[in-house]
Design a binder for this molecule. Structure first.
Ligand SMILES: C[S@@+](CC[C@H](N)C(=O)[O-])C[C@H]1O[C@@H](n2cnc3c(N)ncnc32)[C@H](O)[C@@H]1O
Length: 281
C-alpha cells in the first residue's frame, strides 16, 4: 500500500534513514480495528516505535503495528511478529469482496494481497458446483467461492486448529452454514473419509502441495478441475507443476488437460507462486 509514512517521518528521522523506510506495508482489518504489518530493516530497528507511531498517525484505523521478525516457516506457514506499537490484541475483521474474515495474523496464515486470486477462482466457477478447498486456512477461498456462487457448496480442510476455529466463525459471519463445511485435520487423513469426489479441487499450499498429489487426484471427479499451486521459476513457470500433476494422475490411469496458468505472486527473486489449472478425466 502506497503511503505518506515517509512524509510523516520528516523531522523525526534523518533523510538517510527515511530512505530506508519501506514504501509499502499491509493493513488487515477495516475502519475501527486494523493491524498494520511492516518489514523493518535492521538499521531502523532502534527507531521502530517512531515509525509505528507515524504509521498510526497516518492510518487512524490502525490499532496495532506488527513488524515481521521471521520468514514463513513450518507446515502451518506462520511467521513471527513483534508488536512495535498499539494494542496487543491483534484479532481483526478483514473485509474483502463482500466477505468478512475474522483472524489473528499472529496465529494463522492470511494474505490480503491474494484477494485478486480469490476473485479469479470465483469467476471460474460454473455455479452450482461442489468444491473442495484443501489447506483452507481461515476460509477465504471457500467463503468467497460460496458467497459469489449461490448454488455452490464447499468443503474446507485445515490442519491449524486456530485457523480452523476462525474458519468456523467466518462461515457464520458470512451466513454460509448451509453451504460451507469446515473440517480440522491433515488432508492426508481427512480426504479419504469424505467418501465423494468434487467438481473442483484447490490446493493453495505452494510449499508442498505436490507432496499430497497422491491423495488430491482421487478427490477430483472425472472431468473435474484441479487448481494446483506451486513455486516456480519465472522463466518457465508452469512446466514443472503440469508435469507433477500429470505424473500423479497417470498413477491412477487418469489423463490431464492443461487449461492455463497464472502467476499469483512474487515469492523471491526469479521465483513466483503460480497456479496451474488442469481438467482431470
Ligand atoms: C499458504 S496457507 C493458505 C491458507 C488459505 N488457503 C489462504 O489462502 O489464506 C496453507 C495452509 O495449509 C495448512 N496445512 C499445511 N499442511 C496441511 C495438511 N497436511 N493438512 C491440512 N492443512 C494443512 C496450513 O496450516 C496453512 O493454513
Amino acid at each position: 500500500m502506497k503511503n505518506t509514512l515517509k512524509a510523516n517521518l520528516i523531522g523525526k528521522l534523518s533523510d538517510e534513514l527515511i530512505e530506508l523506510v519501506p514504501s509499502s506495508f499491509d493493513i488487515l482489518g477495516s475502519k475501527g480495528d486494523a493491524v498494520a504489518i511492516i518489514e523493518i530493516p535492521e538499521e531502523l530497528e532502534s527507531y521502530e516505535t517512531i515509525i509505528a507511531e507515524a504509521l498510526m498517525h497516518v492510518h487512524k484505523n490502525v490499532k496495532s503495528v506488527l513488524a515481521k521478525s521471521s520468514e514463513r516457516y513450518g507446515e502451518l506457514r506462520l511467521r513471527d511478529y513483534r508488536l512495535i506499537n498499539g494494542d496487543p490484541n491483534t484479532e481483526i475483521i478483514h473485509k474483502e469482496s463482500g466477505c468478512r474474515f475474522k483472524l489473528d495474523p499472529r496465529v494463522t496464515y492470511f494474505s490480503a494481497r491474494e484477494s485478486s486470486e480469490r476473485e479469479r477462482i470465483c469467476e471460474q466457477i460454473t455455479d452450482p458446483e461442489d468444491v473442495l478447498v484443501m489447506f483452507s486456512g481461515i476460509g477465504p477461498f471457500p467463503i468467497c467461492i460460496a458467497k459469489h456462487n449461490p448454488g455452490t457448496t464447499c468443503t474446507a480442510i485445515e490442519l491449524n486448529e486456530d485457523a480452523h476455529r476462525y474458519c468456523l466463525e467466518n462461515i457464520k459471519l458470512n451466513k454460509l452454514q448451509d453451504r460451507v463445511t469446515a473440517l480440522q485435520g491433515d488432508v492426508r487423513e481427512v480426504c479419504p473419509t469424505l467418501g465423494k469426489q468434487f467438481d473442483r479441487v484447490l490446493t493453495p499450499l505452494p510449499k508442498g502441495a505436490h507432496l499430497f498429489l497422491d491423495i488430491t487426484v482421487p478427490m477430483v471427479k472425472s472431468g473435474g478441475v484441479l487448481h494446483f499451486y506451486h513455486w516456480a521459476p519465472d522463466d518457465d513457470p508452469y512446466s514443472d507443476a503440469v508435469k507433477l500433476v500429470e505424473e500423479a494422475a497417470s498413477e491412477y490411469d487418469r489423463t490431464c488437460e492443461f487449461l492455463g496458468g497464472v502467476r499469483v505472486a512474487k515469492y523471491s527473486p526469479g521465483v513466483s507462486k503460480i497456479r496451474v489449472d488442469l481438467r482431470i478425466d
